[in-house]
Design a protein around this ligand. Sequence first.
Ligand SMILES: C[C@](O)(CO)[C@H](O)COP(=O)(O)OP(=O)(O)OC[C@H]1O[C@@H](n2ccc(N)nc2=O)[C@H](O)[C@@H]1O
Ligand SMILES: Nc1ncnc2c1ncn2[C@@H]1O[C@H](COP(=O)(O)OP(=O)(O)OP(=O)(O)O)[C@@H](O)[C@H]1O
Length: 275
Amino acid sequence: MKLTEFAPAKVNLHLLVTGRRPDGYHLLDSLVVFPPVGDDVSMTIADRASLTIAGPFAGSLTADPDNLILRAARRFGDARQCTAPYAFHLIKSLPVASGIGGGSADAAAALRLLARIWACEVPDGLALGLGADVPACLASTPARMGGIGEVLEPAPDLPPYGMVLVNPGVAVSTPAIFKARHGAFSPPALLPRGWNSAAAMARDLARFGNDLEAPAIGLQPVIGDALAAIRDQPDCLLSRMSGSGATCFGLFPTVAHAKRAAIGLRREGWWVWGG
Ligand SMILES: C[C@](O)(CO)[C@H](O)COP(=O)(O)OP(=O)(O)OC[C@H]1O[C@@H](n2ccc(N)nc2=O)[C@H](O)[C@@H]1O
Ligand SMILES: Nc1ncnc2c1ncn2[C@@H]1O[C@H](COP(=O)(O)OP(=O)(O)OP(=O)(O)O)[C@@H](O)[C@H]1O
């Protein structure tokens, strides 16, 4: 029997660093959404745990025991005092270390697969122990993220909108970006209960940026080029970086506008999606 879970990208529509815990982790306020682009994780019964990887970004990863999928399976097995003798297969369609939570999404998909086959809930705290983005990716529904990533509240009602994602071909280390961030902390965003148009949503989000964008551009200036290229597309309502970068997104009035913009954004070495 083969079970499959889609592991959608996570996009931070805004990302404010609101404080720092004594252990060094940062407190965040973010609105996260999960566009319909991502990896696929499947699982079959086997003699022992294993992982194979295919897909456009398979070459950026090794299927070693440190892979977040195998880490997630081990942790879940340990929590249930059993092993997880499953063969996982990952189709890696998202760029690696790119601010859209690909590894977190894969780990969350592995947890969902095991929860399905074991007919149980994922134990409290297990997702967060794998990474700050894993709790949000476990649910993979729009959410307002707080704490270091573990506080998840319902997102405002979202209107229909189009989105492009652009990764300018550079991998970015999340700890390095947090370390490069200096200055005051931001207050959390004040957002309405919902928006009835993409333009209204973009207008409000324009007031709250991504506090990691400037440090990321400092380390990888090509991120600034990606943001400018998105902004230059017809009908672009807002362009920002997601997470710790380097992937940037643009908001558009409709999916059709976003798909058109994605065609205009194609560059050698860039990964582009629109939908
Ligand atoms: C920037 C975001 O993408 C926003 O959604 C996430 O907070 C990052 O989540 P993630 O990649 O799952 O992060 P983790 O693997 O838990 O942490 C990597 C490193 O990022 C830093 N980190 C991460 C999350 C957080 N709230 N504060 C931090 O300071 C820490 O140095 C940590 O050692
Ligand atoms: N299945 C996986 N997919 C991607 N990266 C993985 C995976 N397993 C382990 N990793 C490692 O995790 C690190 C972060 O990768 P990931 O793609 O999740 O970063 P990210 O998109 O910047 O995440 P975030 O938005 O949560 O900061 C990489 O250095 C990568 O080698």
